[in-house]
Design a protein. Sequence first.
Length: 79
Amino acid sequence: MSLEYEFLKIYLSQDYSDEKTRVKSDDKENLALARAIKAKREVELLKGEHGLNRKDKKAKANFLEFLEQQIRLKKQMQK
């Protein structure tokens, strides 16, 4: 498994790695946004590892179902 990095271009005015450091009001929104993106990426990663992230296959399946339904309707109309 290889690591991938995503640079968000979200900047803070200082280092907040020490949890005792009080977050400045200017940085609260950026920090919350970065944490939300991190959480979303972690969920995507976990879903992918467990085979739950199948958007493309589901979309194809829905299209195939639709196509088969249209073929059946057309055959019924021709009778």
